[in-house]
Design a protein around this ligand. Structure first.
Ligand code: PEP
Ligand code: MG
Length: 589
């Protein structure tokens, strides 16, 4: 049957073009593999189910009481059906009986029994009862997540090359994307700085996010084109469109190859001012890609990825090995290890982090670590042990006041004292810095003199808190904009005040990786940048094409403009002028 070509606009998340077949990950179809078990394992399987049910009950009661507090008990009642299912003896007995008879993994039996319940409800005439099928589905997903101990199974199933289409991917799912199979990625939700977008970039997988509702229009194996740089998705392309994009893809692949040749360019401006272009990494093995793209170090190691997709916490030794590996490979360059930044959109089941109404304003990052010093200390011990292997520095995420900085440093000092007693070597002069992600710290960064050894501007969060725009909400992605004059003034203030107080400052949010902002940021006085490895050669090229005087003039001009659109247009125009037509084409291909 002939299918109509559809062109869908979303938000650009990771550059490049992908052409392939759709692999649609529907929300309510969970696939669970069959696993054969032995008689002797029966009691262990039943115990696992009971533990998962108990954990699910705690989660639901917790959410319910929070909802009751925030929105009233009527809303909280929506979980009643799920609680009833948790107490349902008949359901439990049916599962146990089948387990004994069939000797298959408990997750499969549980899933299969629940599927029958769901189908039976869907067949009913009564619309109220029919709707309860959704409750059964939600309940099943919750229990399965606790039973399997992770929620990344949807992606792992992929065994053929395809373009993933999903409503949403959690950071833990994004962390297991396999570039060998995942040609491209599209999500209905999200903005350009969601962690899914960031992971796609580090795996060099073209991605478009925030398309809004599209899954109803796409079937498994439909031909798909993604233009990640422009944020465009084409479903069932015509032959001519396919040809056009095949050509474009070749051009872009060539562009990346050509840019890669520039990876060993010195990181400096045209008139010889040295700068640093470092890499953001999420997993230790990415340090190779950082080196291959010419990074001057690792400016942001998002260590929370070590905590995802598992049912336990990473031990001190495991963390030490990961930090040591990255540090040794990067020596003599700096490696900045960001301490645990969980919460927000990165939740882990093993840490009792429950649902919050405003997770990005909630119990996340340093707030969580200060409340759980035992967990924090394990990480700090691992980092300090690794500090003897090179220039390793520590950075705290989401600092919102001076007391948090003091408190976090105090805990580092405690660990150092423990090490002195235990005679464990570490770098006594290890540098300890803070991310600037909140407007409160952006405005008061001068107070951090003698408290923070360096700063790194986390624009991904700083922008969402400054403009009051949720970075993962596709409906308002149009408002999320580094070019907002309010954001630029905050950045200008940070650079100026940090300079006056001799606190080195860099930028590690996604804004640093958008080449059109580089001349402006250089002109404002920024010298350190940390970006996705893929972007490093491009930034080196832009830096080496602009003089400091030109950059200062650009900054002067931009800081006088009040319109985001005008700022973006002006910066794009200047980038073209700076690079000249040959190179501009290289970047715009
Ligand atoms: C940021 O907020 O800019 C940042 C680098 O941290 P993350 O994207 O991990 O929140
Ligand atoms: Mg952040």
């Amino acid at each position: 049957m002939f299918k109509k070509e559809q062109i869908i606009k979303g938000v650009s998340a990771s550059p490049g073009i992908a052409i392939g077949k759709a692999y649609v990950i529907s929300e309510d179809i969970l696939k669970v593999e069959k696993r054969i078990i032995k008689d002797a394992e029966l009691s262990e399987e039943i115990k696992n189910l009971e533990t998962a049910l108990l954990k699910t009950k705690r989660e639901i009661v917790d959410i319910q009481s929070k909802m009751a507090k925030e929105m009233g008990s009527n809303y909280a009642n929506i979980f009643d059906v799920q609680l009833m299912l948790l107490e349902d003896r008949v359901l439990l007995e049916e599962i146990i009986e089948r387990l004994r008879k069939e000797l298959l993994g408990v997750e499969y039996i549980f899933f299969d029994v629940l599927k029958k319940y769901k189908r039976a409800l869907e067949k009913l005439e009564d619309p109220y009862l029919k709707e309860r099928a959704q409750d059964v589905n939600d309940f099943g997903k919750r229990v399965l997540k606790n039973l399997i101990g992770k929620d990344a199974s949807r992606i792992k199933e992929l065994r053929n090359k395809a373009i993933i289409i999903a409503h949403d991917l959690s950071p833990s799912e994004a962390a297991v994307l396999n570039p060998e199979y995942v040609l491209g990625l599209v999500t209905e939700s999200g903005g350009s700085t969601t962690h899914t977008a960031i992971m796609a970039k580090s795996f060099e997988i073209p991605a478009v996010v925030g398309t809004g509702s599209i899954m109803g229009n796409i079937e498994i194996d439909d031909p798909i084109i993604i233009d990640g740089s422009r944020g465009v998705l084409i479903v069932n392309p015509h032959q001519a469109t396919l040809k056009e994009y095949e050509n474009k893809k070749n051009k872009i692949d060539e562009k990346f190859l050509n840019l890669l040749k520039l990876k060993d360019l010195k990181s400096q401006t045209k008139d010889g001012t040295s700068i640093k272009i470092m890499a953001n990494i999420e997993l230790s093995h990415e340090v190779k890609s950082a080196i291959n793209h010419g990074a001057d170090g690792v400016g942001l190691y998002r260590t929370e990825y070590l905590y995802l997709n598992r049912s336990d916490l990473p031990s001190e030794e495991e963390q030490y090995q990961a930090y040591k590996l990255v540090t040794l490979q990067m020596t003599p360059n700096t490696v900045i290890i960001r301490t645990l930044d969980l919460g927000g959109d990165k939740l882990v089941s093993q840490l009792d982090m429950s649902y919050e109404l405003n997770p990005f304003l909630g119990w996340r990052a340093i707030r969580f670590c200060l409340a759980r010093p035992a967990i924090f200390k394990v990480q700090l011990r691992a980092i300090l042990r690794a500090s003897v292997h090179g220039d390793l520095q520590i950075m705290f995420p989401m600092i919102s006041n001076i007391e948090e900085m003091e408190e976090a440093r105090k805990i580092v000092n405690e660990v150092m004292q423990e090490f002195d007693k235990e005679e464990i070597p570490y770098n006594k002069d290890v540098k300890i810095g803070a991310m600037i992600e909140t407007p409160s710290v952006a405005m008061t960064c001068d107070h951090f003199k003698n408290k923070a050894d360096f700063f790194s501007i986390g624009t991904n969060d700083l922008i969402q808190y400054t403009i009051a725009v949720d970075r993962i909400n596709e409906k308002i992605a149009y408002l999320y904009d580094p070019a907002h004059p309010g954001v630029l003034r905050l950045i200008e203030n940070i650079i100026q005040k940090s300079g006056e107080n001799n606190i080195p400052v860099g930028m590690c949010g996604e804004m640093a990786g958008e080449s059109r902002y580089l001349p402006l940021l250089l002109g404002l006085g920024l010298r350190n940048f940390s970006v996705s490895p893929l972007i490093i050669p491009e930034l080196k090229l832009v830096a080496s094409s602009v003089t400091l005087d030109q950059a200062k003039e650009i900054a002067r001009e931009v800081m006088g403009l009040s319109s985001r659109e005008k700022i973006r247009q002006y910066l794009s125009l200047k980038l073209r002028e700076i690079l000249g037509s040959d190179y501009a084409e290289l970047i715009e291909a």
